[in-house]
Write a protein that binds this ligand. Structure first.
Ligand code: SF4
Length: 188
């Protein structure tokens, strides 16, 4: 799909994602969740997959981990309406299982990469192990790599934890706060 860097391009993608049946995850979803935010965002946040609340509503990061993410944004002077938030796969895996390699590849190649092309962000924030694997194409040990910037295929990726982990574990929350401090400086 040939797309220009415009809001129209993102809207076209979102409409196609909502009707997508390219992998088995389509069968059990209530809503595909294309993602939301500023079409010209300098920061693009990528999580793993929609959870139960996102599946019910069609909106990204609206559950407790979304609240934690918003808290991190507020603490570091990042406005939610200045970023774009999405996930590697757009449909909720049953019982929140990890997406399979095939589901990841299918959804990333068909939808996430074109979304990145449209938004053309300054930095892509990979939230957790699955997003890092999906976009960098290799396993990443988040406890070692978090807070670092990786250049790959002409893009800059910043590695951090998934907010769901930060919400559950105080040590990870502290690590995320230090990551976001670096991120706020990078995006300046
Ligand atoms: S997860 Fe992605 S590829 Fe699979 S059906 Fe949903 S939108 Fe399509």
């Amino acid at each position: 799909m040939e797309l220009s860097r415009t809001e129209d391009g993102l809207d076209t993608l979102a409409a196609a994602i909502r009707n997508c049946r390219k992998c088995d995850l389509a069968g059990q979803r209530q809503h595909a969740v294309p993602g939301e935010g500023n079409p010209r965002a300098r920061l693009l946040f990528i999580g793993e997959a929609p959870g139960a609340k996102e599946d019910r509503s069609g909106h990204p990061f609206i559950g407790p981990s979304g609240k934690f993410l918003e808290q991190l944004f507020a603490e570091h002077g990042i406005r939610r309406d200045a970023v774009f938030i999405t996930s590697c796969v757009k449909c909720r895996p049953p019982s929140n299982r990890t997406p399979t390699a095939s589901e990841l590849t299918t959804c990333i190649n068909n939808w996430l990469l074109p979304q990145i092309q449209c938004i053309d962000p300054k930095i892509i924030v990979l939230c957790g192990r699955v997003a890092s694997l999906g976009l960098l194409g290799e396993p990443v040990k988040i406890s070692q790599a978090h807070g670092t910037l990786v250049a790959r295929n002409g893009r800059r990726y910043f590695i951090s934890y998934h907010p769901a982990a930060g919400m559950r574990f105080p040590k990870i929350a502290a690590a995320m706060r230090s990551d976001f401090k670096i991120l706020a400086q990078l995006v300046g």
